[in-house]
Ligand binder design. Structure first.
Ligand SMILES: Cc1cc2nc3c(=O)[nH]c(=O)nc-3n(C[C@H](O)[C@H](O)[C@H](O)COP(=O)(O)OP(=O)(O)OC[C@H]3O[C@@H](n4cnc5c(N)ncnc54)[C@H](O)[C@@H]3O)c2cc1C
Length: 445
């Protein structure tokens, strides 16, 4: 069942024009709207369903720099800086707390890989350090499993997805941003090679700049515009416990489980390293793009042959803008959680940590995570279509870097100096998206 996501007030009337239109009301879209509106820029955000009802309202709530690709660390740190003042700047409780994040290691091999990351990340002066023995026992008293050690980052944090994302959206509205729900954008209105507007199901909005923050839908949207973004979806399954007073404050990730305390005193729990990849037509189309990550992450990957293939095969990949688009057919992507993974996470944690022995599953849900071949997001202008900025492909960690990523997208959209070097996030790093438009997406046979 969907977690309890705060609802926001929205704008019933669409404006005729805006300086910037944002497609998608997840954390990236609402953060971009917030930072644009704070600068007095006239921005409208269109969400096909409801704000934060896809990935951004379903995630674990980790705000992490630890373990990140080095190219992303400056953006992670900028984001944590923004998170730290978010309650004040949004005048709302986002749940942001510097609780620390701990990666527990079962083997020397896992420890070696954490140490390798720690050495490589030293120039960024993150607070990460190796802990073991007595210190680890003090952090997690009574643990039954003989962990070899752990990597701890005290400055890493958590926030409440179901509260934070609507709170940022509300703050953007107070600054003057317009936010329309149940308003799918069918496509772009392009004139003379430049963006002239967007066509929504409720009419056209004239604009010179668009930020596409469409999460798992971005590949489909761009495909209809002749732009080929390599992006797949993975299923994550999560459950929430009722409040459990007195448990660990630190957020914990083991090799096959994770838990983090929520603001209400309950825990958000999942099977870590167990995302399920459903085989879909895109799995074949993008096979060679994802082959390297398939090989390196083979032991963690769970492939499923039944499930989403039929649904995605039937979904049109081309449509006209004067008729309903796929975005109107599926307002909220709401996959069922994998029950076996829910039970595996529950029983592993109950067996390993006495505090969780009687833990109950209050609610469980699924979420489709959008991933790129190198697991680094795209936050980038599209060279061939001036006025279009894409911010997507957050590969399972867009909640934590959401505020920074939305800010960076807002800066790229307006030519303002970027808060971090955007080079690692360029769309054109994927060779396929640099092909001439006509060849970019093969038509379905
Ligand atoms: C189970 C799970 C656990 C995760 N755990 C973490 C974590 O602990 N920490 C972390 O940092 N990240 C985590 N993530 C990843 C994180 O949630 C995502 O990376 C992030 O939320 C992506 O935000 P987004 O705004 O890009 O996409 P989304 O939140 O998916 O939002 C995209 C929005 O765009 C809308 N949209 C799409 N197309 C259109 C259109 N044509 N017109 C109008 N609207 C459109 C969709 O309806 C959707 O609401 C997790 C994800 C999942 C699923």
């Amino acid at each position: 069942m969907l977690p309890d996501i705060d609802r926001i007030k929205t704008d019933a009337e669409l404006p005729v024009r805006a300086d910037v239109v944002i497609i998608g009301g997840g954390i990236i879209g609402v953060s971009a709207a917030y930072f644009l509106s704070r600068r007095g820029i006239d921005v409208t955000l269109c969400e096909k369903g409801f704000v934060a009802h896809e990935q951004s309202g379903r995630n674990w709530g980790w705000v992490r720099a630890m373990g990140r690709d080095l190219a992303e660390i400056p953006l992670c740190l900028e984001s944590q800086r923004l998170w730290a003042s978010m309650n004040e700047s949004c005048a709302a409780e986002t749940g942001f707390r510097r609780c620390g994040i701990l990666y527990l290691c079962d083997s020397e091999k896992e420890m070696a890989s954490q140490k390798a990351w720690l050495d490589a990340a030293r120039p960024f002066q993150i607070t990460s350090r190796i802990v073991g023995g007595r210190e680890l026992a003090d952090i997690l008293p009574g643990t039954q499993r003989p962990f070899v050690g752990a990597l701890l980052t005290p400055s890493d944090a958590r926030a409440e997805p179901q509260k934070a994302v609507p709170a940022i959206a509300e703050a953007a509205r107070r600054n003057g941003a317009k936010i329309a729900e149940n308003c799918a954008v069918r496509g772009l209105d392009v004139a003379g090679g430049n963006i002239a507007g967007v066509i929504t199901e409720k009419g056209r909005i004239a604009c010179g700049t668009v930020i596409l923050a469409g999460g798992a839908w971005s590949r489909l949207f761009l495909g209809n515009e002749g732009i080929d973004l390599p992006q797949l979806k993975m299923l994550g399954s999560v459950f929430a416990t009722p409040p459990m007073p007195g448990g660990p404050e630190v957020t914990v990730g083991g090799s096959t489980f994770s838990f983090r305390k929520r603001l209400d005193g309950g825990y958000t729990v999942s099977r870590r390293n167990g995302s399920i990849s459903h085989i879909t037509p895109d799995s074949f189309r993008l096979f060679f793009d994802f082959l390297p990550s398939l090989v390196s992450g083979w032991d963690e990957l769970k492939l499923r042959f039944a499930g989403r293939f039929r649904e995605e095969w039937r979904m049109p990949r081309r449509w006209k803008l004067d008729a309903p688009s796929p975005f109107e057919e599926i307002r909220v992507l709401d996959p069922a959680p994998d029950e076996a993974q829910i039970e595996e996470a529950r029983s592993t944690i109950a067996a390993g940590f006495p505090f969780f022995r009687d833990m109950k599953v209050e609610n469980a849900w699924g979420g489709l995570i959008d991933v790129t071949p190198d697991a680094v997001p795209v936050i980038s202008p599209v060279e061939r279509l001036p006025g279009l900025v894409v911010a997507t492909g957050f590969s399972g960690h867009g909640f934590g870097i959401g505020p920074g990523a939305g800010k960076l997208a807002s800066e790229l959209a307006t030519g303002a100096p970027p808060c971090v070097d955007p080079t690692p996030f360029r769309l054109e790093r994927f060779k396929r998206s640099a092909r001439p438009l006509a060849q970019a997406v093969p038509q379905r046979p």
